[in-house]
Design a protein around this ligand. Structure first.
Ligand code: WTA
Length: 646
């Protein structure tokens, strides 16, 4: 058991919710009432919310179609357009001059983009995409830094019914190629580069490299100028974004998309094989993005400035930097660079400079900033903040308390939001002005979401007994599948409980108050600094190096990152001093720097059972330097343990 989980088991403090009569959900009673509506009439309640919260081009008649479960369909006979719901709707309501995006570049340059301007840019971009041959249903890969054009690109795709797949800018050329090929994308939208840690990090060269082999579906590459670094432009293929947009009209009709039209594909790691392309569709996804903004963040678009620090390469950036805030007609802040540049006060300075009211980040960032010292937040005026959020991994109670005291001044409620790429939006979270919080617990499922902790057979666990976290009823923002692989969708999420429950892959415990405590992944997925990485992916990257015969990767508890990566490697050749660095660089090239092992250990063999399975639990104990608790009688070769421990 890790120290973090141990400290959660000993955690008994409770903090009452802050008072706010003007909140969207102002009390526990209001939360219970809303839940009850779903208990009594789940479909009717979703239907009513979808009518109230979205603008429809064709109203739906049917709420849920479960005939082909687990391939659920929501509001399927309705039609709408995501970009119209995020832009035109607000401009039409007279809010065109309201700021949609406040953007700050790492060097300190600032842009404020109004709804009217954003709509015009999105229309120009949509027209430019059409001109380049992008049609309804085509896929567009977006490989960009955190700049407003990334949001414009996403919304432009949505406007014409193209499906976007954003690939995190720090992924390697190889990882980009795999995703482009799997999605069969027609266009890549990228930038010359973006600012990170005081330097321009080039992006376009990775696109060029990815396109050297394969990627035969790609017709064009659109290049936004941001970094100012020199890039090669291939005549006929590569096109300047600004030039392409400049000649386009600032109006473009938003196409009518059926509710189940795929809005996005986002690749995420699983326990086996290559990353899977999680598919989200239109109406259900946007409905939940908007509702959770209101319920979980208590977002009031007329007065709040909302800042989610996640990169748009992750689902958090999709739902809470772009679609959620814009669907509500509010102001979202985007920041290009790293949190510690030029100093560890940067995030707090941005909060102060732009009067951020709702701030949402990952526990790993909080832990890193704790280490940097309290003087940094203390040097900035954080009085505009009113709600704080966390996401991505369990937050240890110590980090929660620091966030509560030093950032929130014991005044701002903290929402610890549990969810996944697959869920589209928050599933378990406190409501800031309703739910009493316990540090380290994501508290209770949101209204409309039905979660349980069960044993391997699907039987509900007794309170305080650890088990597997499942979602027992479908919800509108659920993934609709894995791109191009229906069988894997069923196998990964539904087979374990015979199609009855969605299996999240997380362990959890529910206490006697009905509060959920997430214990981390139960599969071979690592959570490194809030990023999901499959052990298999890293192992395949290692094995693709000529010196490596076999590799096993496990997570090791890490004070800042939550988990760090430890790789056990069997070599085909003699070890030498440079090889560890070379293997780390190799993984960075194959996947990206976030997947680089922190620790590599060489051995003659890996510990295996007699049936040939790698004993991962044993490796986890070794990596963490813990006493080995496992029965090793099935282990083939005891000598390897000594080698790996050293
Ligand atoms: C973990 C990120 C504990 C969990 C939105 C989940 C969390 C995985 C929390 C999904 C939280 C996310 N408490 N664990 N509040 N939020 N997780 O797909 O293991 O990048 O399964 O989505 O992150 O990661 P993903």
């Amino acid at each position: 058991m890790t120290d973090a989980i141990q400290s959660m088991l000993n955690e008994h403090r409770t903090f009452p919710p802050a008072d706010n009569a003007a909140a969207h959900i102002p009390s526990m009673q209001a939360y219970r009432d809303l839940r009850q509506r779903f208990d009594e009439d789940m479909e009717g309640t979703w239907g009513q919310l979808a009518k109230e919260h979205l603008i429809w081009k064709t109203p739906f008649l049917r709420v849920l179609n479960a005939e082909k479960a687990p391939f659920f369909r929501w509001f399927e006979d309705g039609e709408m357009n995501i970009s119209e719901n995020c832009l035109d709707r607000h401009v039409d309501a007279g809010l065109g001059e309201r700021t949609a995006i406040i953007w700050e570049g790492e060097p300190g340059d600032v842009r404020r983009i109004s709804y009217r301007e954003l709509l015009a840019d999105v229309c120009r971009a949509a027209n430019a995409l059409k001109k380049l041959g992008v049609e309804y249903g085509d896929r567009v890969v977006i490989y960009m830094p955190m700049i407003p054009e990334a949001a414009v690109a996403m919304l432009a795709c949505a406007r014409i019914g193209a499906t976007h797949s954003v690939v995190f800018g720090a992924f390697s050329a190889q990882a980009l190629r795999e995703r482009v090929e799997d999605a069969g994308a027609k266009i890549i939208i990228t930038a010359d580069g973006g600012w990170r840690r005081g330097e321009v990090h080039a992006l376009k060269p990775s696109v060029d490299e990815a396109l050297l082999q394969g990627c035969s579906s790609i017709r064009h590459v659109l290049v936004v100028r941001r970094g100012g670094n020199d890039v090669e432009m291939q005549a006929g293929r590569d096109i300047e974004w600004h030039e392409a947009l400049a000649v386009q009209q600032d109006q473009c009709e938003a196409v009518s998309c059926p509710s189940e039209h795929p809005l996005l594909i986002l690749y995420t790691s699983g326990s086996t094989g290559k990353p899977k392309g999680i598919v989200h569709t239109s109406a259900g996804y946007l409905l939940w993005a908007r509702l959770t903004m209101q319920w979980v963040f208590d977002f009031h678009p007329e007065s709040d400035v909302f800042w989610c620090t996640a990169d748009i390469g992750w689902i958090t950036g999709h739902t809470y930097s772009v679609y959620g805030p814009l669907a509500c007609g509010g102001t979202t802040l985007m920041y290009e660079g790293v949190p510690t540049h030029p100093d560890p006060g940067r995030l707090w300075k941005i909060c102060s400079d732009h009067s951020v009211t709702i701030f949402y980040t990952a526990p790993t960032a909080i832990r890193a900033l704790i280490r940097a010292g309290d003087e940094w937040p203390k040097a900035h005026d954080l009085s505009s903040l009113r709600v704080l959020g966390t996401v991505g991994e369990p937050i240890n109670p110590e980090a929660w308390m620091w966030y509560h005291k030093v950032i929130g001044k014991e005044r701002c409620p903290i929402v610890d939001t549990w969810w996944q790429t697959e869920t589209g939006g928050h599933m378990i979270s406190p409501l800031p002005f309703a739910t009493p919080t316990k540090p380290g617990s994501a508290t209770k499922p949101l209204p409309g979401i039905f979660t349980e902790v069960v044993d391997g057979d699907g039987k509900t666990m007794m309170p305080d007994q650890g088990g597997l976290l499942v979602i027992t009823k479908p919800w509108p923002s659920m993934l609709r599948g894995i791109w191009g692989d229906d069988a894997r969708y069923v196998e990964t999420y539904w087979k374990k409980f015979d199609g009855r429950y969605y299996f999240a892959g997380d362990g959890a415990r529910c206490d006697t108050d009905g509060y959920f405590w997430i214990m981390g992944r139960v599969d071979d997925v690592l959570n490194v600094a809030g990023h999901r990485l499959g052990t298999m992916e890293i192992e395949s990257a290692l094995v693709s190096h000529k010196a490596v015969a076999e590799a096993a990767v496990v997570g090791r508890p890490d004070e800042i990152k939550g988990e760090s990566i430890c790789a056990f490697v069997v070599l085909k050749q003699e070890a030498n001093n440079d090889l560890k660095a070379e293997l780390k660089a190799h993984v960075a090239k194959e996947i990206g720097p976030i997947a680089k092992p922190d620790d590599i250990r060489f051995a003659d063999n890996l510990p295996k059972t007699r049936s040939g399975k790698i004993m991962r639990r044993l490796l986890r104990d070794i990596a963490a330097g813990r006493d080995i608790q496992q029965d090793m009688s099935t282990l083939e070769d005891h000598r390897v343990i000594e080698q790996l421990q050293s």
